[in-house]
Design a protein around this ligand. Structure first.
Ligand code: PLP
Length: 497
C-alpha cells in the first residue's frame, strides 16, 4: 500500500506558491485572540503531486464500476456514461436557481416536462412526479397517495398494505412511515406470490398490495392479473416497486398489467450514479384518478405563453412551460424542497433521449440475456433454487452446496474481492438460504461475464483443493475482513493522527 500522506511530510515542503501579498496584515492583529487556535494543526507538509497521489491512491482502495465488474444484485450497478456528467456540470445547469422567474428557465422546465412525460409513457400510467429523491422516498410518496385515495372516499378503515416475503426491506419500512400497517404473506415454491395465502388476508381493511416486479428472486411475477383482481375487488390499489425496471423497459408497461402506482429508481435503471448514500431519484407514476394526489407542482405546458398575473404577483412573463399547482388542495403536499434532485433527473433525461424507445428496450433485453448467460454457466456448480424458468435481469444462486464443505457464502464473496470483482449481494432475499444475488447489467461485455464465471468456478475448485484460501480471503485487499458488528456499533470514520 502507498505510504500515507502523513508519513511523507517533510518540514517546510509546500504544495503551493502564492505571490507576496501587497498588503502587510498579520492575522493576529485583525482577529480577536479568543477566536484563534492555540495550537498549530499538524497538517502534513507535502507537494501538490504528493496530494494528488494520495487521493488517487485512496480512491483505488475502494471498488467502483470503472475499476471492475460490480454484479451487486438489486442495485443495477451499470456504467453511467461520462457524457451525462459533462452536460450536467456545465453552467447551463449549475448556474440556475430555483427562485428564478419562469421565463428565464423555460428550457429547464421543458426538460422536466419531457422527463415527466417519458416516465409516464414507460410506466403506462397517466402522470409522474419528479420530487422523490430515493427509491424508499418514492415508496413513501406512493403510499401516501394510496392513503389519500382511501381517505377521499371516506374509507378510513383501509390501512393495511400486503406484500410477499420476498419484498425489499424498504417496503415494510415505508408502509410504517406512511402510517399504515403491514401484512406479509409467503411465496410459493416457485418464488411467486402464494394466491391462497393472499386470499386469506385480503379484507375490507386492505388498502393495497405492494409488489416488486421482477421480484427479488429476479423472476417475473406471472399472476399479476389474478392478484390485481383480488386486490381491486376490495377497492385496494396495486403498488409496484419499480426498482427493477431495468428488466422491463419497452417490454412491459406496469400500468397495462394492473398496477395503479409505481416508483422508479432513476439511480438504478436510468443510469445516474449511486452508492454511498449519494443523491438519487425515485420518481412516482400514477393512474389517471390518482393524479390529483401527486405532490405539487407538476410541470405543465401552455400553447399560448402565460403572462403577468396568471401565476401570481411575482411572475414576469411565465412563458409556455409553467409550474402547475392547481391540484394543491387534493395533493398529499410537497415531499421535497423545489423539484427533487434536479441534476440527477437531468442525467436520466439525457439517457432516455440518447437511447430512444428502441435503445431502452435493448437495455432491458441485454440485461436479461446477460443474467441468463451467467445463470446457465453456473447452475451445475452453484445451486440455483428457482431455476424452473428464465430469470429476468438478475438471479439468485445459493452457496448451500459449498456450505456442506464448510465454506460459507460470505467466504465466497470475500474471495471474489481477491479476483478484482465486487461481491454480489449476499444473504438477500431472505427466503433463499446462503443467497448470492447476481445482477450483471447490460453494460458488460461477454468477455467480462466470462471472466466472472471463471472466477466463480475457480472459487468452487478452491473450496475442494485449497479451502483455506477461501476461508481466509480476502488476501490482497488493503482491508481484510472487517468486524461488521463493531463497525455498526462503534463507527469511527476519522483518521486519527
Ligand atoms: C434499491 C431498491 C429499493 C430502495 O431504493 P433506495 O433508492 O435505496 O431507497 C427498493 N426496492 C427495491 C426492490 C430495490 O432494489
Amino acid at each position: 500500500m502507498e505510504k500515507l500522506i502523513f508519513d511523507k511530510s517533510v518540514h517546510n515542503r509546500k504544495g503551493y506558491s502564492l505571490p507576496k501579498s501587497e498588503v502587510d496584515i498579520n492575522i493576529n492583529d485583525i482577529i480577536d485572540k479568543k477566536f484563534l487556535r492555540k495550537e498549530e494543526l499538524k497538517f502534513p507538509e507535502v507537494s501538490e503531486l504528493d496530494v494528488m497521489r494520495h487521493f488517487i491512491a485512496l480512491s483505488h482502495l475502494n471498488h467502483f464500476i470503472e475499476k471492475g465488474f460490480y454484479p451487486l444484485g438489486s442495485c443495477t450497478m451499470k456504467y453511467n456514461p461520462k457524457l451525462h456528467e459533462s452536460i450536467v456540470s456545465s453552467q447551463l445547469f449549475s448556474d440556475i436557481h430555483p427562485h428564478q422567474t419562469l421565463d428565464t428557465v423555460q428550457g429547464i422546465l421543458e426538460i422536466m416536462y419531457e422527463l415527466q412525460n417519458d416516465l409516464t409513457e414507460i410506466s403506462g400510467m397517466a402522470q409522474t412526479t419528479l420530487q422523490p429523491v430515493a427509491g424508499a422516498h418514492g415508496e413513501f410518496t406512493g403510499l401516501k397517495i394510496i392513503k389519500a385515495y382511501h381517505k377521499a372516499k371516506g374509507n378510513h378503515h383501509k390501512n393495511v398494505i400486503i406484500f410477499p416475503d420476498s419484498a425489499h426491506g424498504t417496503n415494510p419500512a415505508s408502509v410504517t412511515l406512511a402510517g399504515m400497517k403491514v401484512v406479509e404473506i409467503s411465496s410459493d415454491e416457485k418464488g411467486m406470490v402464494d394466491l391462497e395465502a393472499l386470499k386469506k388476508v385480503v379484507c375490507e381493511n386492505t388498502a393495497g398490495f405492494m409488489l416488486t416486479n421482477p421480484n427479488t428472486l429476479g423472476l417475473f411475477e406471472t399472476q399479476i392479473e389474478e392478484i390485481s383482481k383480488i386486490i381491486h375487488s376490495v377497492d385496494g390499489l396495486m403498488y409496484m416497486d419499480g426498482a427493477n425496471m431495468n428488466a422491463l423497459l419497452g417490454l412491459v408497461k406496469p400500468g397495462h398489467i394492473g398496477f395503479d402506482v409505481m416508483h422508479y429508481n432513476l439511480h438504478k435503471t436510468l443510469s445516474t450514479p449511486h452508492g454511498g448514500g449519494g443523491p438519487g431519484s425515485g420518481a412516482v407514476s400514477v393512474r389517471e384518478d390518482l393524479v390529483k394526489f401527486l405532490p405539487y407542482p407538476l410541470v405543465d405546458f401552455n400553447t399560448a405563453p402565460l403572462c403577468k398575473g396568471d401565476l401570481g404577483e411575482d411572475e414576469d412573463c411565465a412563458g409556455y412551460f409553467f409550474l402547475n399547482s392547481d391540484h394543491k388542495d387534493t395533493s398529499i403536499g410537497k415531499i421535497h424542497s423545489f423539484h427533487g434532485n434536479f441534476a440527477i433527473n437531468v442525467r436520466a433525461w439525457i439517457y432516455i433521449k440518447t437511447l430512444g424507445g428502441k435503445g431502452l428496450r435493448e437495455v432491458s433485453e441485454n440485461a436479461i440475456i446477460n443474467a441468463n448467460y451467467i445463470r446457465k454457466k453456473l447452475e451445475n456448480v452453484y445451486l440455483v433454487p428457482h431455476n424452473h424458468t428464465y430469470c429476468m435481469h438478475e438471479f439468485v444462486a445459493s452457496g448451500n452446496r459449498q456450505k456442506e464443505k464448510g465454506i460459507k457464502t460470505l467466504d465466497i464473496a470475500k474471495r471474489l474481492l481477491d479476483k478484482g470483482v465486487h461481491a454480489p449481494t449476499i444473504y438477500f432475499p431472505l427466503i433463499v438460504p446462503e443467497a448470492i444475488m447476481i445482477e450483471p447489467t447490460e453494460t458488460e461485455s461477454k468477455q467480462t461475464l466470462d471472466d466472472f464465471i471463471n472466477a466463480m468456478l475457480e472459487i468452487n475448485e478452491e473450496c475442494n483443493t485449497n479451502p483455506d484460501l477461501v476461508l481466509n480471503a480476502p488476501s490482497n485487499t488493503p482491508v481484510k475482513r472487517v468486524d461488521d458488528v463493531k463497525a455498526v456499533k462503534d463507527l469511527n470514520v476519522r483518521h486519527i493522527l
